[in-house]
Design a protein around this ligand. Sequence first.
Ligand code: SPV
Ligand code: MG
Length: 323
Amino acid sequence: MPHYPLLPEHRRPMLLEKLQRAPQLRLMEAHSPLAARIASLARPIGDQGPASGFDGLWMSSLGDSSIAGLPDTEVLGYPRRTQNVFELTKTTHLPLLVDADTGGELSSFIDFVHKLEQIGASGCVVEDKIFPKKNSLIKGADQQLADCDHFSEKIRAAQSEKISASFMVWARTEALIASQGMDEAVYRAESYIRAGADGIVIQSVDPTGQEVFTFMQALQGFTSSWNKPVWFACIPTAYPQFTAQELFAVGFHVVIFANHMLRASIQAMENVCSSILSDDRTLESEPHITSIHRLFHLIPQQRVLKQQLTHTQLVPEQADIPQ
Ligand code: SPV
Ligand code: MG
């Protein structure tokens, strides 16, 4: 990737264009600019897997909250989330899909949508739980759904208030997470599509994957008779035995690997800390950690501005950063 950021108007349509061209996309979670760069440069080992790497990045609420040392309960807030998305644009040319949680209060959700558009994100996913939501993967959590009509209105409002046609507003139903059953999940997905959702994310923690397969089958008739394409995504954290290719085969267009960069980094950091404490030096951990040389390759150091920046030169550039 060249070492300059993409302009928002160039990045924003990329996800929709990729979907229209070849609707089988793999998105990787990125919780920091460094993680975004690593995911953007990643390629498969050997000759299996997509040679061009990931198709886009997922800005996970779990990732953003965890990095900030906060629970995934919408405490981080949109200003910090906005800043995080903006920071990511420095290190990747991939399109960005942003997890918008419940959207909270309507006017702040619309404001978030506008800022994401200005930054050049390609879309957001808003979920039908009651604010403040709890993470869907928490075992035994009491999960409460928002009223379906009210949530559909939120989708409708975001679609009519957004500025750019290429920015997508996806709806995510948590009906299965809230134990409301398949009929409710399908009913809600149809309602959100009627309200204008560009895509649907189905969240499930069924380890067999059967729930999401049934969901896709149940919606087939409705979506094939619908007047515009609707994209479907799943988040296979709880059913990792399925390849993206297998999930595409049952009708999904997007597979989101929602937390794997984050979890990989935690394990690596825990291991190096234990190793250094056990050996009382760093020699033994060296073969297991990234070399400084590799770090400098990922985040090049040689780019030093030649000219002295004056205060007046800095102001307009900073003014472009949505707060
Ligand atoms: C996230 O990545 O923040 C998600 C996906 O919302 S999950 O944590 O699986 O609910
Ligand atoms: Mg989330």
